[in-house]
Ligand binder design. Structure first.
Ligand code: C2E
Ligand code: MG
Ligand code: MG
Length: 631
């Protein structure tokens, strides 16, 4: 009566999935638990589908009650299966409530009622009936199984549409597809009830889920035989329900440099040994390897965090034997979490962990304790990153201008363009905070170009000579300065605004001099297009007079700190330096002059130009034009 040709391969494939799934480490998260339910309920549905069909075909050997029970159990699993898929949809969309209550109960009411009807079939003829002579026929409530199925498929699809913007396209498509496949399966079952074909469709749905979400490999770091970074963010997302979880991370100090010293193969072996040590020592904790020598351990109780840190630290005081004759010595830095922290906000904790690990190289301390204060700082950084993105995308980097004064005549001769961006509340963020971030994420190129363009636009739109200024200084970050296409890009902007290149002076810092050969080449190319260069912040870092001699700067700006130091202790160093520069044919600017005394002294030791709050703070460009346009 029934065709079993689909169901046996279905069973074998599902069983293979189950074995594969159990033979890999699995992350204890909702999504994985629900997938496991799907696999188990599917296998049981198939088992009871075959048993119910086969026993009905051989009904002569069984009592009517036995047939009733086995068919009822089949329907119980049949209904549970679609509900498991629905729960999975909810988990992917992160919509499942953690608590029991009226709302979740209402959501589940169709499932509960359908199951009650299926269970009542043990005693009454609801979904099906079995007559005294063991003949099976559909009952008055048979269609409940389809109502329940289509209800949850439609519900899942609606939820998916509702969350459309919050999930990735790949996830959205996967949820849509597996629900669609299931719907198709139920339609086929209605049309061809004898083929036991529904199981094939739910197998296809399982395969879609597996390849999109559930392959355990997605969550594993093969190198370290531990969970990976995606696994860590998945687990952190679910830690909110635990009051005071244990999260401890550590990173190998100077990992990338050590990879060169010891070779990649030895370091990889070292990573494996560390992971093995952690697995053996802390079998109950989840172990993560986050690449580049960063490990994390997650567990239930933050209480033992210090003990674990000390134990790991002690182990690292010995070597890791990475080959028959190679001993690797490694140092580590730890990141721990203050137990007073609110662990409810997964994103906050996750960001804090990632940032603390990334920044740990810059911290002096061996142990970083993440507390509310660290988190606030990290949030501020995230806010600045967002402001940088916003300013780049909306072309909204603002140009402030600060006067450059001729030290002899005290007249305005030029201006320095200084970048400003705003946070979400419209407050200005100083460049000292956002430039390093923009340099790290590459946005500095676009920001620098916006500033260059603003300066050209300003020159194009104003009669700058009437203001008394002959040029505008624009700052160039080392990253931006070393771009091979800089000359072309800047020349095009000059052309667009019909500005002569001698109206712009480009300020670079000593950092740009690290690759001296490249610097020479870039300066020479750009000078051919008419650009002039100024050395900014002289004395703040690496300086080499003999190199400087061969650089065609037109001006050297003394860093504010050396100007200040001179006022603390007036020795001969600064006047001699200024004279040396002048003999080398550089003009000199003193930055950060705030008082009349500073102005007169800097002028006295031979500085040609002065810049500082004594004359004016940097002004928004329109205010600058208003103030100086009158002269
Ligand atoms: P900088 O190029 O050395 O600019 C001079 C800095 O000194 C400015 O800070 C200015 O406001 C400040 N300053 C001027 N006179 C005084 C004074 O009398 N007292 C004090 N305390 N400060 C004074 P700002 O605008 O915060 O800029 C800081 C740094 O950010 C700049 O130093 C520059 O290195 C960088 N920066 C600013 N705009 C840009 C840009 O468009 N591109 C790049 N790459 N860097 C920029
Ligand atoms: Mg500057
Ligand atoms: Mg400077």
């Amino acid at each position: 009566m029934w065709d079993y040709s689909f169901i046996l391969p279905d069973f074998i494939i599902l069983f293979t999935f189950l074995v594969y799934y159990f033979s890999h480490p699995r992350l204890p998260i909702k999504l994985n638990r629900t997938f496991l339910f799907i696999l188990i309920v599917n296998i049981l549905t198939i088992v009871f589908d075959v048993s119910a069909s086969w026993t009905l075909e051989h009904s002569g050997h069984f009592s009517p009650f036995f047939l009733r029970v086995i068919n009822a159990v089949f329907f119980i699993f049949f209904i549970a299966r679609i509900f498991c898929f629905f729960l999975f949809t909810e988990d992917v969309l992160d919509l499942r409530s953690r608590h029991w209550g009226l709302a979740p109960a209402l959501k589940h009411i169709v499932f509960i009622l359908s199951e009650l009807i299926a269970i009542s079939n043990f005693f009454f003829d609801t979904i099906f009936s079995i007559s005294e002579d063991c003949v099976y026929s559909r009952g008055a409530f048979y269609n409940v199984i389809y109502i329940c199925a289509f209800y949850y498929i439609l519900y899942g699809l609606l939820l998916c549409l509702f969350k459309l913007k919050k999930i990735s396209r790949a996830r959205f498509l996967a949820v849509l597809t597996f629900n669609f496949v299931l719907a198709l399966g139920y339609v086929f079952r209605i049309l061809f009830p004898n083929f036991l074909i529904m199981n094939l469709f739910s197998l296809v749905a399982i395969i879609i889920i597996f390849v999109t979400f559930e392959n355990p490999i997605f969550y594993l770091s093969i190198k370290a035989k531990a969970f990976n970074k995606s696994a860590l963010s998945a687990i952190l997302k679910e830690l909110g329900s635990k009051k005071n979880p244990l999260i401890i991370a550590f990173m190998i100090h100077n990992y990338n440099e050590l990879r060169e010293v010891y070779s990649a193969a030895q370091m990889d072996r070292g990573i494996e040994l560390i992971s093995q040590f952690l697995a053996k020592k802390y079998p109950k904790l989840l172990r993560f390897y986050l690449r580049d020598g960063k490990f994390a351990l997650v567990g239930d109780d933050n209480f033992c965090s210090d003990k674990i840190r000390d134990e790991i630290s002690t182990r690292f005081s010995q070597s890791w034997c990475a080959g028959s004759d190679v001993d690797i010595y490694l140092e580590v830095k730890f990141v721990q979490f203050d137990s007073k922290l609110d662990f409810g906000n997964y994103e906050k904790i996750s960001n804090a962990l990632v940032s603390a690990l990334r920044e740990s190289e810059n911290f002096e301390a061996v142990n970083i304790m993440v507390n509310e204060e660290t988190i606030k700082e990290i949030e501020r950084n995230t806010q600045i990153k967002r402001a940088v993105e916003h300013a780049v995308e909306n072309n909204s980097v603002e140009m402030f201008l600060q006067p450059l004064i001729d030290a002899k005549s005290y007249k305005l001769v030029g201006a320095e363009a200084l970048a400003r961006i705003r946070d979400e509340n419209g407050n200005l963020i100083p460049p000292g905070l956002f430039i390093p971030i923009a340099e790290k994420n590459g946005r500095i190129n676009s920001m620098g170009e916006q500033m260059f363009e603003s300066a050209c636009k300003f020159i194009h739109e104003h009669d700058i000579e009437k203001m008394g200024i002959s040029w505008i200084n624009v700052n160039l970050s080392p990253i931006q300065f070393l771009r091979p296409d800089l000359n072309k890009r800047f020349s095009q902007i000059l052309e667009k605004y019909e500005v002569d290149s001698d109206k712009i002076h480009l300020e670079i810092t000593e950092e740009s001099m690290i690759d001296y050969a490249l610097l020479q080449k870039q300066i020479q190319t750009m000078r051919l297009s008419g650009f002039q260069f100024v050395l900014d912040d002289y004395g703040s870092g690496y300086s080499n007079l003999s190199r400087l001699k061969r650089c065609p700067f037109i001006n050297i700006k003394l860093d504010m700190e050396i100007v200040r130091d001179y006022f603390k202790e007036q020795d001969k160093i600064l006047p001699t330096l200024v004279q040396t520069f002048k003999q080398m044919n550089f003009t000199v600017t003193a930055e950060g002059v705030e008082t009349l005394e500073m102005v007169e002294t800097m002028r006295g030791i031979g500085c040609d130009f002065l810049q500082g709050y004594y004359f004016s703070k940097p002004l928004p460009s329109h205010e600058f034009a208003k103030t100086y346009g009158m002269y």
